[in-house]
Design a binder for this molecule. Structure first.
Ligand code: AMP
Ligand code: MG
Length: 497
């Protein structure tokens, strides 16, 4: 049992906290303690993240950790803080933003930063309450781990804990806190903040911090034109290209690609109104508040480039020469299509050095995406059925997805002919580990949220289990890999969270 005196003592998790970000100095943040919430309960927990953090197994069930992660007890060795950043939101300069509801507890000796999201007001909360609601916290928890399971760079989530304390959005909801973990939560917006406010010494300190900790190769003189800051920009372009290509390949729509939601490490961060596509609509807009469709699925690569150009602008005082910045930025323009091509080719079961004519591969990709769009075919189900089609020879289940049978038949024939020389077992093996069976569709998240409102968290556990290994068959769980129900198209997810 936890006594009052226990609660007053800092909780020692047995981790070594270095608090490197705090070492940058108070131009970069404000120390803030989490605000308390009453009667916390566990909603979802990830033992795999606990292991990655080096937390002993017993902690994830303990009342002590529960109290600490809801903000009721301090953790020994941490220095909770809210960092300041700025950013472009929906294409406009938004000025100063900052961690309005996330607190960085610190970073561990193993290189993990730990944040509490929804832990209460900070000096950067503006009009907000510093809280996050149950529904969006469950979505963030599950999607962080789903992305990791898909092999897509992302912040991770140790757990989500709740309290019945009311939080006011369009209706009265309840509070939750997600404990998220990443090598760094630094965003493009951190750089924009110091650049736009002419704090160039701080801008340099921040860039050096990121280079030393996360991009050590940029330190050498072999960076772009021997310029470590141009080299940093180039490295960020490459990582962003890779991550966004993975989003496009798996059918993930982020929903709010503002520069303050862009990770300097190319991680997927700040899960809000995201969606995995159901029917394939290239112009799909998942964020109900995005009236212009700025962050539509097929605009994500262009938006990533636009955001990278904001980062380039912010780094210009350090890079010095505009030409070097432009050269670094241009990396994205070749890296993104190359990364996407490789991923789409793998979805078809064609390995990189396959000997299949690249022009044929390109035509197969373009044509199948055209057919999927034309008939709004379910994106995940199509690729999974194709993976089970013996290289296009076993057609029935794939054909069933299309009204235009002649169109898909002729495509399948070209596909089967194109792959004829590749070993069939190798093709299906590559496809089954590339095309997931399970993705976090909106309706699955919604069902887990509805049950969680009634204090039934078993759906959260089930989804976590499936999404951690989304390429496995998981016999008995086919319902989670099925078409969305009709009501799924009525789910509206906005920025309100
Ligand atoms: P987001 O769209 O969630 O990435 O948030 C954009 C900005 O608004 C960030 O600076 C957040 O910290 C802040 N913010 C969002 N929701 C809240 C809230 N409920 N309370 C305080 N700040 C918030
Ligand atoms: Mg954000």
């Amino acid at each position: 049992m936890t006594t009052t005196t226990d609660r007053q003592r800092d909780l020692d998790l047995g981790l070594i906290w270095l608090n490197t970000f705090a070492g940058l100095g108070e131009d970069f943040y404000t120390p803030v303690a989490p605000q308390q919430l009453p009667e916390p309960y566990w909603i979802g927990r990830s033992p795999s993240v606990a292991r990655a953090l080096g937390l002993g197994d017993a902690w994830l069930g303990s009342d002590e950790l529960l109290e600490a992660l809801i903000g009721n007890r301090s953790i020994a060795g941490t220095l909770p803080l809210a960092s300041v950043y700025s950013g472009h939101q929906f294409g406009q300069w938004a000025g100063q933003l900052g961690d309005g509801r996330a607190l960085l507890l610190g970073d561990t000796a193993d290189g993990h930063e730990v944040q509490l999201k929804g832990a209460g007001r900070t000096p950067y909360s503006r009009m907000g309450d510093g809280r996050a609601v149950l529904r969006s916290s469950i979505r963030e928890f599950l999607c962080s781990e789903a992305m990791h399971g898909l092999g897509i760079a992302s912040s991770r989530a140790l757990c989500v804990v709740g309290s019945d304390a009311p939080v006011y959005r369009e209706t009265t909801e309840t509070a939750a806190v997600v404990t998220r973990v990443a090598p760094s939560f630094i965003r493009f917006g951190h750089f924009e903040h110091f650049s736009y406010s002419d704090q160039h010494a701080q801008l340099k300190a921040l860039a050096n911090h990121v280079i030393e900790r996360h991009y050590p190769k940029c330190q050498g003189s072999d960076g772009v034109a021997g310029n470590r800051y141009a080299a940093l920009l180039q490295a960020v372009c490459l990582r962003t290209a890779r991550t966004v290509a993975q989003w496009q390949a798996v059918g993930f729509c982020h929903g709010v690609m503002n520069t303050d939601n862009m990770s300097i490490l190319g991680l997927t961060i700040d899960y809000g109104p995201f969606q995995f596509l159901d029917a394939f609509d290239p112009a799909h807009v998942c964020n109900h508040s995005d009236h212009q469709g700025r962050y539509a699925f097929n605009r994500q690569p262009a938006v990533a480039y636009w955001n990278l150009s904001c980062l380039a602008q912010a780094l210009l005082p350090l890079i010095g020469e505009q030409q070097s910045a432009i050269a670094a930025l241009d990396t994205f323009r070749s890296a993104f299509p190359a990364a996407l091509q490789t991923l789409l080719q793998a979805k078809l079961g064609i390995p990189e050095q396959s000997g299949v004519d690249p022009a044929l591969v390109q035509a197969l990709v373009d044509d199948v995406l055209g057919l999927l769009a034309q008939e709004r075919v379910d994106y995940t189900i199509f690729w999974r059925r194709l993976s089970h089609s013996d290289g296009g020879r076993d057609r029935a289940a794939v054909r069933d997805l299309f009204l235009d049978r002649a169109g898909i038949d002729s495509w399948l024939q070209r596909y089967a002919d194109g792959l004829a020389k590749l070993p069939a077992a190798q093709v299906s093996e590559l496809m089954l580990r590339t095309n997931p069976k399970f993705v976090l569709r909106n309706h699955l998240g919604e069902q887990a949220i509805r049950a969680a409102r009634n204090k039934n968290f078993s759906q959260v556990d089930t989804l976590l289990m499936l999404l951690e290994s989304p390429h496995d068959e998981h016999p008995g769980f086919d319902a989670y890999a099925d078409f969305p129900p009709d009501w799924a198209s009525g789910i509206e997810i906005s920025c309100s969270s």
